[in-house]
Design a protein around this ligand. Structure first.
Ligand code: NAD
Length: 319
């Protein structure tokens, strides 16, 4: 674990994701400067982080070796970008998902940063070649895409621009490990990166199965939460293949024809509209009415499940 003098990290944008990054970096002992254009956003973020860290400490789920008070003292708000980036080792951009806005901010940062700092975007789907094109410091730029809620779901996709220096990816990988996250290297940029491509493949087949009347929406979700998802919290689809036969070669030998037969029956990209939306929406609202209170309560429950699962994963030996 890093010492309290581990270095300065700047978070640009103090919304949902910016706050989570701030907590994660503070848990690793880094000094965090939380920058935003809205004073009120910074004030709200600091208050929200204080409450969250106090709760996490009380429930035994606070990350890192420092107590909540020490971690809180590492985070400060900032409304001056020039001051914020001075001496920073890493800048994590977390402004809304808007290409023009992000490009404007990176162009501004490009003018004021030194040759050492890493410039990283939290974007969910904008490509590094769109975000960083033409920047003088392009070698220091990459995407570090977190998964919501990042405090409990540790995966971070690192996606380089074609001109990103390998050292930039290596440094960010090491930094993510230091704050307890689980970084993966996406070797070439690609729409949807990796996580969303897998997620959309699952959503797409789920939709078709409901649309074709093969299964009800609630049973479809159960197939994932009480079936595939149980394994996937610990091993991925490739290791699942390896373990479900006498190794990968044996799995492909035994099951590849069957898999190809099923895969050939997959339908086209769904429209996600019309009667199927009505049907799926009705089933979801029966379980969780789509008003702010019910949705917030269900998200709290989901986060508590993830928090306990994260604890279990930490306790399990890694092999
Ligand atoms: N929310 C998610 O589930 C999620 C998951 C992974 C990645 N992301 C990505 O993270 C990024 C941030 O998403 P979010 O949900 O935290 O957004 P958000 O709307 O909650 O927060 C955005 C913050 O940026 C600030 N901001 C706007 N313009 C700014 C500027 N010029 N300079 C500094 N700050 C500015 C806003 O005041 C606000 O505080 C997006 O790119 C999003 O795609 C989001």
């Amino acid at each position: 674990m890093a010492s309290p003098a581990a270095g300065v990290v700047v978070i640009v944008g103090s919304g949902l994701i910016g706050r989570s990054w701030a907590m994660l970096f503070a848990s690793g002992g880094f000094r965090v400067k939380l920058y935003d254009i809205e004073q009120q956003q910074v004030t709200n973020a600091l208050e929200n982080i204080r409450k969250e860290m106090t709760f996490l400490e009380q429930s035994g789920s606070l990350k890192g070796s420092l107590g909540a008070q020490d971690q809180l003292s590492l985070i400060s708000g900032c409304l001056n970008i020039q001051e914020a980036v001075e001496g920073a080792l890493h800048i994590q951009e977390c402004v809304p998902e808007n290409l023009e806005l992000k490009k404007k901010i990176f162009a501004q940062l490009d003018q004021i940063i030194d040759d050492q700092v890493v410039l990283s975007s939290s974007t969910s789907c904008l490509l590094p070649s769109q975000l960083f094109a033409g920047l003088a410091h392009v070698q220091q730029c990459l995407v570090a895409h977190p998964v919501n809620p990042p405090y409990y779901v540790p995966l971070v996709e690192l996606v380089p621009h074609p001109e990103t220096a390998p050292a930039t990816v290596d440094r960010t990988h090491a930094l993510m490990r230091k704050i307890g996250q689980s970084p993966v290297r996406v070797l070439k940029e690609m729409d949807g990166f990796v996580l969303n491509r897998l997620q959309y493949a699952v959503i797409s087949e789920a939709w078709r199965l409901v649309e074709e009347g093969i299964v009800s929406p609630s049973d479809l979700d159960l197939v994932m939460s009480d079936g595939l998802g149980m394994r996937y919290a610990f091993i991925g689809p490739l290791e699942t293949m390896h373990l479900n036969a006498e190794g990968m070669l044996s799995y492909c030998d035994r099951y590849s024809e069957g898999m190809k037969h099923v895969l050939k029956t997959f339908g086209p990209i769904p429209e996600f509209s019309g009667a199927t939306v009505e049907k799926v929406n009705q089933a979801m609202c029966l379980k969780v009415p789509a008003d702010p209170e019910h949705l917030a309560a269900r998200r709290r429950w989901r986060d508590e499940c993830l928090q306990r699962l994260a604890k279990l994963k930490r306790q399990m030996p890694s092999q």
